[in-house]
Write a protein of this length. Structure first.
Length: 317
């Protein structure tokens, strides 16, 4: 059995236990802003030209070295106007200047890295077995009567679930036939291949190769998704919108958060995804260790009841 399959959620197919990060530190050199003037020429996410003298002056004075348009594909007008600005200066300084130029910018926001939510207090979290109680690595599937569900359906290989996380091992024997396309669907880049990455674990719980009795499996782990496949990305919130709006994903699974505050762009992204008809399944987090027990964004579940927020369970539940 795989050593990484541990402390699984006992509901649906989605989440491992996740990370203890009490604070949400923003990216130190990147902010995003809604550019309300039609002064930037771009091709997809790449900025080709800035036609405003005022904005060019800011770019030079604030040592902005990169501008991208992360939601170029979005349907929502606000998201279409969002640009990311990467500066050699600190984000606080750039934010302070941008806020003084309301003629150029609507909303101005910090950006945040994805924070996986797992529980490092359990040194054996990568093993599903609780030695004092059972030697069954996949107790969670038994707990939710997955075998009874499989008598009704084993999933649909044409249903591809979008998983956005921090890295995926596309060569893992349990995933090599289950990730499609075999690259980052948002950036088209080659995927990272760290076997112990959080994304590898989440994707494995959802869609590890699972075969019928008598067939030969390439790996050892069974998954609740059985025949379900996944498409994967490390692209954070823009990748979630892209999966829904461009790739027409029916379901998005995320097991991380990035901030404790509902920024306008975050809520706009959530609405576009849900209004596309895409189901969002989100890990709830671990009690009060994140955001002092408050709401976790994106997809807190408070603003729109269509978001499915899933908490965790254990063997004794």
């Amino acid at each position: 059995m795989k050593s990484y399959c541990t402390h699984l959620l006992s509901f649906v197919f989605i989440f491992a236990y996740f990370n203890v990060v009490a604070q949400c530190d923003h990216n130190p050199h990147v902010i995003q802003a809604q550019v309300i003037q039609d002064c930037i020429v771009s091709a997809k996410d790449t900025v080709l030209q800035v036609k405003s003298d005022e904005l060019n002056l800011l770019i030079n004075s604030l040592k902005i070295k990169k501008i991208t348009r992360p939601y170029y594909f979005a349907k929502t007008p606000l998201l279409q106007q969002i640009y990311e600005f990467t500066s050699e200066m600190d984000a606080d300084s750039v934010m302070a200047v941008f806020l003084k130029h309301s003629n150029l910018f609507g909303i101005v926001e910090y950006t945040y890295p994805m924070i996986p939510m797992y529980d490092p207090s359990d040194a054996m979290w990568q093993q599903t077995v609780q030695d004092s109680l059972t030697d069954d690595y996949l107790w969670s599937l038994l707990k939710i009567d997955a075998d009874k569900a499989w008598n009704i359906t084993k999933g649909d290989p044409t249903l591809v679930v979008a998983v956005v996380d921090n890295g995926f091992d596309i060569h893992h024997p349990d995933l090599v036939s289950k990730i499609f396309p075999p690259y980052d669907f948002y950036t088209n880049n080659t995927l990272t291949t760290s076997s112990d990455s959080h994304g590898t674990i989440v994707a494995s719980i959802l869609a590890s190769e699972t075969v019928d009795y008598g067939e030969t499996a390439m790996g050892d782990m069974a998954s609740i998704g059985y025949n379900t496949k996944v498409m994967v990305s490390t692209g954070s919130l823009p990748a979630c919108v892209y999966a829904s709006t461009v790739m027409c994903a029916k379901l998005i699974s995320i097991s991380w958060f990035s901030s404790c505050y509902p920024y306008p762009s975050v809520l706009a992204a959530e609405q576009e995804i849900l209004n596309n008809g895409t189901v969002i399944v989100k890990a709830a987090g671990n009690g009060n260790i994140h955001c002092n027990g408050g709401r976790l964004y994106p997809f807190s579940g408070y603003e729109d009841p269509r978001v499915i927020v899933v908490s965790s369970s254990d063997f004794d539940d």
